[in-house]
Design a protein around this ligand. Structure first.
Ligand code: SF4
Ligand code: SF4
Length: 634
């Protein structure tokens, strides 16, 4: 049995934050779980898939986040406890349904988990999804540690059933991916038989009455928050500065206060329940101090809400000095860290803090653990071949064409590893929608060819409406579906083109070419490892008009590596390689840039790194001197 599925309580497990959220959901009696993969949230559903082998729960990777929450809501309407999980961008996708669901209300406990990504470490933005709690007027919980992640998730189902509405739980990358020992509770037996009471339908009408009811539910949550164990205070009765913090950022505040020896001078109020605010608790602490610093990840969400409360309480608590993002004390962008908070708190208390020494010490401790890695495609990646073929075709075409990009590993087409071919990247599926707009600009004299790329998983998630728009409006688009048969960037989760579900059950894969043809697009298929053929096909399709689709199909190199490997042993023939002298400007290592190709400074020639090169063989076609040679493995 998987340790996460152990039903008895009282275990101490070393858990990642996301595993603790999954365990909390199991202890909270969840039976239906759905999500769409995306860092830093993916491990929640992955952990629940493991648990589904031992426990009677259902888990799915949905086609997108909105459908994930809709599917989870069905379980809630039928009286079961359900969870939907996603990263911050996913909450945008969900938001239309979410704001309506918040009016209709729910029945079985329903929890939406968002994992935000301060600093956009694995995202296209660093959006703060907490704002959706305020937009939808639903309760928000923010765990600070893996232990709290477990306990808050477990309680979130209870809260959802008490108020009859969905609850938002917000993690951030640093919490989702940290590990610590966690004390577990028991996993209850599922005794609920799903049943929808047809006398109590779920909808938003009458809208005003439902809106009033939603606000009353929020007031009920606020009352429960006043005595919540997830809020706590440490420090003197009348601190010189009150630091109000939430979630992961609280850990940095605690550490800074301790390191700087400020336990008797600074007060730290940790809020785990950040929307709606526990007003009485805040009134008590705001009244105790005139200088208040806010420390929270991404936006000034809590800061703005507490300042607004402070204005309401003005006559009782008096005038305050508020410090945070608005005052410039906390940086406007980027992930917080212990060293940033040490500097901020140290400055406020006039304590000198040698940040440089602290950073050097961290570097010293981590240098041996982290090896340098270029921001690029893996060795053998089919996307390198696709972008090389695109680059070649666009160069042949001479009309200053470019690529409208999308979200996935292939977003790296923005950078040298993808030959800088991509000129825009926004949200899932946006590359196609944008291209469908470019495809109608010819009537105004626009004459640049536009190629749009989308991965197989993103195609199903949000690409289809863009293609339908292009075919219906007969837009001039050339869509390259970079089909590597996996949701590769987030850990190879199945998608609707796969032949098995998240729980390993066989299913009918959606036929990409069939779908595109059914929508009226002209369709061909190419292999991105066949550089010359692929470039010629792209060039030929660029000369046509109307909606055209080229499926570039080749398995992700990491999947291929596990499923039998690659056919070639590569070498650079030193007699053929002319190095700097050949006039190619070291094309292989400077332009093609597969990490399996190295520049041998001493010899002044290229060479293969036998440890990194997987033997895909595609670089064998790029050298003008034909110096890169393939030998079939026996
Ligand atoms: S292998 Fe070919 S492309 Fe690379 S440096 Fe040598 S001659 Fe130039
Ligand atoms: S064969 Fe060439 S392109 Fe393929 S992994 Fe090796 S060095 Fe890279």
């Amino acid at each position: 049995m998987n340790r996460i599925s152990e039903k008895a309580d009282g275990q101490e497990l070393l858990l990642q934050g996301n595993e603790a959220i999954a365990r909390g959901a199991l202890e909270g009696g969840v039976i239906f779980c759905a999500g769409y993969p995306g860092n830093p949230s993916s491990e929640i559903i992955e952990t629940l898939i493991q648990a589904s082998r031992d426990l009677s729960i259902y888990v799915e990777w949905s086609v997108n986040e909105k459908v994930a929450l809709e599917a989870a809501a069905a379980a809630s309407f039928a009286g079961c406890r359900a969870l939907a999980s996603m990263k911050q961008n996913g909450v945008n996708v969900v938001s239309d349904f979410l704001t309506n669901l918040a009016l209709s209300g729910t029945k079985g406990g329903l929890v939406l988990v968002t994992c935000d990504d301060p600093g956009g470490i694995s995202s296209t933005n660093e959006e703060d999804a907490r704002l959706f709690a305020r937009l939808a007027q639903i309760p928000l919980l923010e765990p600070a540690t893996p232990q709290e992640a477990l306990e808050m998730t477990r309680w979130a189902f209870e809260l959802s059933e008490i108020i009859g509405n969905i609850v938002l739980l917000r993690s951030v990358s640093r919490l989702s991916h940290t590990r610590s020992n966690v004390q577990t509770g028991a996993i209850p037996d599922n005794r609920v038989t799903p049943r929808v009471d047809t006398n109590t339908p779920f909808h938003t009408f009458p809208v005003v009455a439902k809106d009033v009811a939603r606000h009353e539910k929020l007031i009920q949550a606020a009352d429960l928050y006043e005595t919540s164990p997830f809020n706590c205070y440490e420090g003197p009765n009348r601190p010189e500065i009150l630091i109000i913090s939430s979630g992961c950022a609280w850990n940095y505040v605690s550490e800074a206060v301790q390191i700087l020896g400020l336990e008797e001078r600074a007060g730290v109020l940790k809020l785990g329940t950040t929307w709606p605010l526990p007003k009485n608790l805040l009134e008590k602490h705001l009244g105790s101090c005139d200088r208040i610093l806010f420390v929270e990840e991404i936006d000034a969400f809590m800061e703005d809400n507490v300042k607004s409360l402070g204005a309401d309480l003005g006559k009782k608590i008096g005038l305050k000095e508020y410090m945070g993002r608005a005052s410039g004390h906390i940086p406007l962008g980027g992930e917080l860290s212990p060293s940033i908070i040490l500097r901020v708190v140290g400055d406020l208390f006039n304590l000198s803090w040698n940040n440089i020494e602290y950073q050097l010490r961290i570097k010293e401790l981590t240098n041996d653990l982290i090896s340098a890695r270029e921001f690029g495609f893996c060795p053998g990646c089919p996307h390198r071949g696709s972008y090389y073929a695109i680059k070649t075709a666009l160069a042949w075409d001479h009309r200053d064409g470019f690529v409208s990009g999308d979200i996935g590993c292939y977003s790296l087409g923005l950078f040298p590893t993808g030959f800088n071919q991509v000129k825009s990247v926004h949200a899932m599926g946006s590359g196609l929608g944008i291209a469908s707009g470019y495809g109608k600009l010819d009537r105004f004299g626009f004459d640049q060819p536009v190629i749009t790329v989308v991965g197989d998983s993103t195609f199903f998630h949000a690409g289809l409406p863009g293609l339908i728009n292009a075919t219906f409006n007969q837009s001039d688009i050339l869509l390259l579906i970079l089909d590597n048969s996996a949701t590769a960037m987030t850990g190879f989760q199945p998608h609707p083109g796969s032949d098995a579900t998240a729980m390993g059950e066989p299913t009918v894969p959606a036929d990409i070419e069939g779908i595109c043809r059914a929508l009226g697009a002209y369709v061909e298929v190419e292999d991105p490892y066949e550089l010359d053929n692929a470039a010629r096909t792209i060039y030929r399709l660029m000369q046509k008009t109307g909606p055209r689709v080229l499926v570039m199909r080749r398995k992700c190199a990491l999947v291929q590596g596990r499923q039998g490997g690659f056919p070639y042993r590569m070498r650079v023939n030193p007699d053929r390689c002319l190095g700097e002298a050949c006039g190619c400007g070291r094309y292989c290592t400077r332009v093609f840039r597969c990490p399996g190709l190295l520049w041998d400074k001493a010899a002044g020639k290229a060479k293969i790194d036998d440890v990194i090169c997987v033997g895909c063989g595609i670089c064998g076609d790029i050298c003008p001197q034909e110096a890169i040679e393939r030998e079939k493995k026996s």
